[in-house]
Design a protein around this ligand. Structure first.
Ligand SMILES: [Zn+2]
Length: 459
């Protein structure tokens, strides 16, 4: 196995409820007509000054840093990072990174990976190098940057960690889900570990793909006796590979200076304490706790905790219903229905009352699991009262051996060929017979009971 060192700089748009930019009151609506959500501040008109930073963005970034185990700086300074580019009319970006900065959070650790820095900055405009058009709508969006140490030892580790990071950020609705994350990934492989950086990879899956490609590419080069040089590469999404951009140049001089138009943000322990109180239990702790407290499989707890709403629904349901049944139904049946409908749980009105009614009916053998599946499918479309629906549509399970035996005898009489196949040892013939009864009863009989009845009747 090749030894690898890999680190990330992850960027994402901070999800603020007031939907406004970092230093002005312009909207951060995603699909607005270009250059309509702008003002003199975010287009850097001469003489304009920034407003105080959006408090919701500041609070959110402190929350992010806390979730990642960081130490919070109580005095945060914005810097001017100078560079000339069409997307930056001021000639500098306001950021909490850079030479004299105090990032929001430092020295964190998240699931074994050290976090060196969590900071806040503004996004530049969107520049199209082909047409030369610039859209200033995006100028001033609040951005979070999370920087890790090069602690990832394999691309599998990178994938699992990134997934866990996104789940954790979703627990506090930290990142705008529609725009996702972007990352600069640095990857180097042993024994020399020359740093190769892949810039600006968008989306979770591409970040992992770019890293996987890069490890293979560098291994090949070393095998061929070539030396890996420090360099910057880009990810070509179409062909799933990285391409050479430039060899390592001297670190650019951004001429950082403290932003003279913005005061330092000073916070105290009380302020941090207040934010800590709003934070949810982290997903990794929740997985451990649910598995232990409800005696469910860790893998089930893992899937259930991938969405905070699903995990809350589970706990509310499992207080009234056998947790094993609740876990199985939430993990498999509910997720199946949601995937099929391409919906998130939050986009449906399914709640614990529905799950408790449905699973109680199963526990008491009043409906079959097949019927329950159909009810759940309907619930994903719109909510209704389950008990009245079962009554109204006569969905109660047919039980009682006598009644079922009658239907089974009928099926046996109508299918002599299948019965003789079964007698000759074709086990799947039994499934056909059971299927016939399920059809006749519209799924209201239990397949397990039918199996017993058929075996008894035929033998
Ligand atoms: Zn503005």
């Amino acid at each position: 196995m090749t030894e690898i060192k890999c680190g990330l700089e992850i960027h994402g748009y901070i999800n603020v409820e007031n939907k406004t930019k970092l230093f002005c009151n312009c909207s951060i609506e995603e699909d607005a007509t270009p250059n309509t959500n702008i003002c003199p501040i975010c287009t850097a008109m001469p003489g304009s000054k920034p407003m105080l930073p959006n408090k919701q963005a500041v609070d959110k970034i402190i929350a992010i840093a806390l979730m990642l185990g960081c130490k919070i700086n109580k005095r945060m300074l914005f810097q001017r990072k100078h560079y000339s580019w069409p997307d930056l009319p001021a000639g500098f970006q306001k950021t909490m990174s850079g030479s004299y900065s105090n990032p929001v959070g430092v020295n964190g650790k998240f699931l074994g990976i050290r976090i060196s820095d969590v900071h806040l900055e503004e996004d530049p405009a969107r520049w199209d190098p082909v047409t030369g058009n610039v859209d200033y709508n995006r100028s001033g969006f609040p951005l979070v940057e999370i920087v890790t140490e090069p602690d990832f030892k394999s691309t599998n580790e990178l994938r699992d960690w990134l997934k866990a990071l996104l789940t954790t950020l979703n627990y506090i609705k930290a990142i705008d889900k529609n725009s996702g994350v972007k990352a600069d990934t640095n990857i180097s492989i042993g024994p020399k570990f020359s740093r190769v950086e892949v810039k600006n990879v968008n989306s979770f899956s591409n970040i992992v793909k770019a890293a996987e490609y890069e490890v293979l590419r560098q291994e090949e080069e070393i095998k061929e006796g070539k030396e890996i040089k420090q360099q910057t590469r880009a990810f070509d999404e179409k062909h799933n590979k990285t391409i050479f951009m430039r060899s390592k140049e001297e670190a650019a001089d951004y001429m950082f200076i403290p932003e003279p138009d913005l005061p330092a943000i000073n916070i105290d322990d009380n302020y941090i304490e207040k934010i800590i109180k709003t934070l949810p239990e982290s997903p990794d702790k929740k997985i451990e706790r649910l598995a232990k407290q409800y005696k469910i499989k860790k893998q089930d707890a893992f899937v259930i905790c991938s969405d905070i709403m699903l995990s809350e629904l589970f706990e509310k349901t499992a207080r009234k219903i056998n947790p094993l049944l609740a876990a199985r139904w939430l993990r498999f049946e509910l997720l199946r229905v949601l995937n099929y409908n391409k919906k998130e749980l939050s986009e449906t009105e399914i709640n614990e009352k529905h799950m408790i009614s449905l699973l109680t009916l199963i526990e008491e053998n009043k409906i079959t699991e097949t019927t329950a599946q159909k009810i759940l499918e309907k619930l994903a479309e719109k909510p209704f009262d389950i008990n009245s629906c079962v009554k109204e549509h006569k969905l109660m399970a047919i039980s009682g051996v006598k009644e079922l035996e009658k239907i089974c005898r009928d099926v046996i009489l109508k299918n002599p060929k299948v019965v003789s196949d079964y007698k000759k040892g074709r086990k799947e013939a039994l499934h056909f017979l059971i299927g016939q009864v399920m059809k006749a009863t519209k799924g209201k009989a239990s397949p397990k009971e039918l199996k017993q009845i058929f075996t008894k009747l035929i033998n």
